[in-house]
Design a protein around this ligand. Sequence first.
Ligand code: 13P
Length: 337
Amino acid sequence: MNFSSLSEIAKYIVADGKGILAADESNPTCKKRFDSISVESTEENRRDYRELLFTSEGMKKNIGGVILFDETIRQHSDSGKSLVEIIVERGALPGIKVDKGLQPFNGSEIETLTQGLDDLDERCAEYAALGAKFTKWRAVISIGQNIPSQECIDANMEALASYAKTAQKHGMVPIVEPEVLINGEHSIEDCYDATSRSIKSLFDYLDSYDVDISGTILKPNMVTPGLDHAHAATVEEVAEATVKCLNDNVPTELPGIAFLSGGQTEIESTEHLNMMNKIGGFPWKLSFSYGRALQASALSAWLGKKENISAAQDAFSHRAEMNKLASLGKWSHSLEE
Ligand code: 13P
């Protein structure tokens, strides 16, 4: 696939209701997921599992991009094909996580600053040569007593802007991910406030670093109450708060917004996305870039066994299709039965 601009790449990834499969779990995170199904996290098992996802029927038509981890972008299937080739054959673009995880921010016990800028230029050159068409960097913002601090938000958003500039220099679309964590007792209003401050700061820095917004994808959290908050929010409340937050802070030139699932269940993530697209009236595509919410059922169907591969692929394909429908506002509960 040939593209003449960053904007074309970004538009391709979220065209026609398509979304992104986040399969970029670091090895420690992948071990956590595999521990939950009692599968050993070896390099081969990680490859087999990702290959199962990438060769699923549901990749076609529903998935426009796949985010990979450094190990995966270099792996080959037993047939000798690289996993990158397998993704491209399914009509999706390969992308790569380029951040190097979190370090404490200013000695804080909770706040963090995402690392990875030091050798980013060289790493981006290599990833582009390996076929990556887009990249991802995740900043993490926590809600708690007197946090997030504006200093922590700004330091993380400036790093995201600096990263985005470097990715674009190498012809790759940056996915900018300012994740406000769902963990905690906070209210939906607290989440709105932290998300809104983060996204505002992010676009201010993207502007001052002269990042091409038309060749960028935003990967935000939805605006929800914390997991331990006393009252759950309705689907309508989450959808309305999230759309308002985005309308107030995201420029119209941005081609697409692809949400993270962040600890919501598979159905919640689909339902919320669908409701936002039913509300409609915004200038960007509103799509998905889910990790857990695309993989949870597939992982528990697989259990590391060859004889379960096809059931796991069906589970993944179903979620991919449901989320594509949600990106078009055409999903309903009855389709889950
Ligand atoms: P979740 O959808 O599981 O939150 O993962 C998305 C992701 O890529 C987080 O960086």
